[in-house]
Structures are given as structure tokens and as C-alpha cells.
Design a protein around this ligand. Sequence first.
Ligand code: OGA
Ligand code: MN
Length: 294
Amino acid sequence: MIIETRTESPDFVGFVSGVDLKKDLDNKIVKEIDNAINKLTILVFRNQNIDDYEQVKFTKYFGEIEASGNKSNITKAQDRRLSTDLADVSNLDKNNKPFTQDDPRRIFNLGNRLWHTDSSFKEIPAKYSLLSARNISKVGGNTEFADMRNAYDSLENKTKNKIDKMICEHSLIYSRQRLGFDMVKELSSDEIKNFTPVEQPLVRKNKVTNRKTIFLSSHIGKIKNWIRPDSMCFIDDLIEYSTQLKFKYIHEWSKNDLIIWDNRQTMHRARAYDDLKENRDMRRTTVLGEEKLI
Ligand code: OGA
Ligand code: MN
């Protein structure tokens, strides 16, 4: 296995070759991959023509799978296209047809176009995400990643001190509200309980590298002990700052790419494509986080 980094900056992405994800992997390789994710944060594997079973098997080398269900999307169990081991990040319904424009599931999925980290709205937020490109759009549909360690390091000391002990409320309700999608109105009072905001620290530390990161996400709707409008202004400023080109990697997908990213140390977002016409079939498996942060 070879992991090559980019020659241009920023260099938080590794391109992995010489490993076949259809095959069983030995412990040494798994350790090497895991170490590389902690140090780099993003790994790209090209030409991995895997199926769901193989993706799940590969994911489980890194921990427990975070199930996709009614705490992370609004698709009813009987309407799912994929098993709950996978998050369906495509634009497709059960019959592999693109969602129509006003389908609430489509509008809900548009939330992926906002900068976020996966499952930051869960009490135990996600560790790694693995996204497999089974079918890609002809135009658009890139995924962008931002390195939240470099963003943290480059903050002025007074900002570091200000955010050091900050606690934020995260919920899918907040990120969807940014799109004008009011989940409180769209869902029943029972369903909405699945999306109750959770508190997370704004600064985290990676235990392997000891590097600090800004744990940002568009799921944040409030800073603890602040009012919401001030919270939104402050968080939006930080998101804008930490997603400057110098902290960013833009991935142009090829079919059968698989990317692993570390949600504890990066943010990401999907870019636009003609989702009413094209079939972009992306499937994500997620490694459960290991601890509650607060
Ligand atoms: C995800 C996600 C972005 C994309 O899978 O969690 O945000 O480009 N995907 O599909
Ligand atoms: Mn995501």
C-alpha cells in the first residue's frame, strides 16, 4: 500500500494505491490506514468497484457502524433504497429515479450542500465517513473538504481564547432552517423529537496527534448562553473563515472512488449538479464516534 500526498497545498489528503477493498485486509494495513486518517484526515481510494456488503465490511475495520435511520433523515423505513448500514446520499428514490423538485426528501438532502460534519447533531458524533461513488453526475457534484486543524492553528490568540470553552447546540432542524425547510412544520410532534438539539464543544483535540480542531457545522443554531442571532453571526463568520481556499481540498469524483474522511477534524459539503435529471448514486457508511464530548 502506498499513500501519496499532494504536492500543492493544503496537504491534508492522501491518495491510496495498492489496496483492493474487495479483499480482506490484515491488521497492519488497517492500522496504517487508521494512522493516516488521524494524521492527514482524508484518504482517497480510486477504482474500488465495491458493493454494499464490501463497503460495510471495510468500514467495520475502523469501528462500529452508525446506523442510518429516523434520527438522521426523514425517509420512512419502507421507502428506503438502501439498508440502514448505509446513508443514502444519492438523489434517488426506491425505484432509482431522481426525486422531484418539491419532494421533502430532496429538500432535506440539499442540507448536504451546506458545510457540515456528519452527525454532529447526535449525542455521540460520527468518527469517520466512507463515501463510495457508484454513479456520478456528468457535470458538477464535487465534494469539498476543509481542514479544521489548520483553520484552528491560524486563528488569532484572542479568538482561540474566546472559543476555547464555547459550547454549541447542533440539530438537523437548524441546518434545514437555513434552507427555508421548516422541519417543525413538516414533521409530526413525535418525529421532531428525534431532532432535539445536542450540545458539543466548539474546540476538540485529536488524541493521536494532540492537534486542536474547530468542531464547526451548519447544524449549529446556537452558542450556549448566547442569543440565536448573535450565535448565527459568529458561527457563520467562523465557517467562512475556515473554508477559505487555503484550507480546502476539492474532490472531482470518478466512478468507484471511495473517500474516507475524519469528521472530528474536517468539514465537507456537496456541490450543485442537475439533481432533477442526473443519477448521482453516492453511498455512505459511517463509523460511530467513541465518546460523548460533553
Ligand atoms: C455525506 C455528504 C457530500 C456529497 O455523504 O455525508 O455530505 O458530495 N456527502 O455527496
Ligand atoms: Mn455529510
